[in-house]
Design a protein around this ligand. Sequence first.
Ligand SMILES: *Cc1c(COP(=O)(O)O)cnc(C)c1O
Length: 418
Amino acid sequence: MNTNKEYALQQDKEDSIKAFRNEFLFPKDTSGNNQIYLCGNSLGLQPKNTAVFIQQELDDWSKYGVEGHTEAQHPWMPYHEFLTEQMASIVGAKPSEVVIMNTLTTNLHLMMVSFYQPTATKYKIVVESDAFPSDKYAVESQLAFHGFDPKKGLILWKPREGEELCRFEDLEHIMETQGDEIALLMIGSTNYYSGQSFPLKKITQLGHKHNCMVGFDLAHGAGNIQPNLHETGADFAVWCTYKYLNSGPGSLGGCFVHERHANNSKLKRFAGWWGHNKETRFNMRHEFDALAGAEGWQLSNPPILSMAAIRASLDVFHRAGFDNLIAKSKKLTGYLEFLLKELNNPNINIITPSNPEERGCQLSIQVKNANKEVHTRLTKAGVISDWREPDVIRVAPAPLYNSFEDVFEFVERLKGVL
Ligand SMILES: *Cc1c(COP(=O)(O)O)cnc(C)c1O
């Protein structure tokens, strides 16, 4: 690697999936040039095909009305099934373990209804410190719902004094000392703030050794790392599709339930008609008869337009090949890390782990002694990134649509701003 622009251009030339960049719509600056978009961890860019997929459903709705449930080119009744296989492969699960439904925080609550079954003595929940606020609110409100004091019931897995990242040994220590009181581990697979990816299988094994349920939030993992959900043995996982999965603002979430729970009738659940046996769903007088697997947790008939956007996005992932994406992602983020280090600026500190196995594409860059002004100036310079108080810029070169030249340009502009 070197710091010349030629190097970036050469890498782009050799990139076997570079063409996919042209399948996305980029926000432009005032002179009509693409902005340097490094915010796919917050809202992924729009595939050009999304409009086509959505238009198809609008056309079928106008053509068939209610009959579109069976007559549409992609019939609406089983529509969620068209997403399952490709989504399952992106999160490393079996198709029967995955369903697209609701939104992330809703799914997290539904999963906790089933997998958080506290007793008077074993009721605590562990989350990583600096978990995303919504996850923390969800967990705290579940504790309160079951009559526990959230302050007592919530255990934070924290970085040590003066450190930014969580150490697995410290989670082990929590489990060894308080495991008898803990009912659930609910961990973000990839932390939204630090970009740290956790060892999911080791965490699952640790939790299960202490008779705890284990669930993961893949909001920053899905489409970014390969979490191999089935292999980890986790009980459940949830994620959204509007970050790395490019399915549009507020789009539906994903949900994983491990196959060992597929027919577990002991699990309580909140039920709805879309989770009911497909054969008798429209014979409206049957008692609830849950579908086996993740599908059995569905509540409502789903929003087809949003699912059409997910289909458009999964189609791009499928054609690019997820293994190719992960391979490019490691190179691209490695290059970004290299250029940042070459700046030799004592005020710049990369919080995210440098081991590629412990991160996805995001790097969280702490700029010491800086304030939000740095971010404002970066934005004026045509870079879309993300600022977190007090002093962190998060950038996420997404391998589907970002180039080595994007990364080079970002670092050039950052240099200018500093
Ligand atoms: C983005 C994100 C959310 C957002 O939740 P929604 O229910 O989709 O609004 C929740 N948790 C994490 C960890 C996130 O990164």
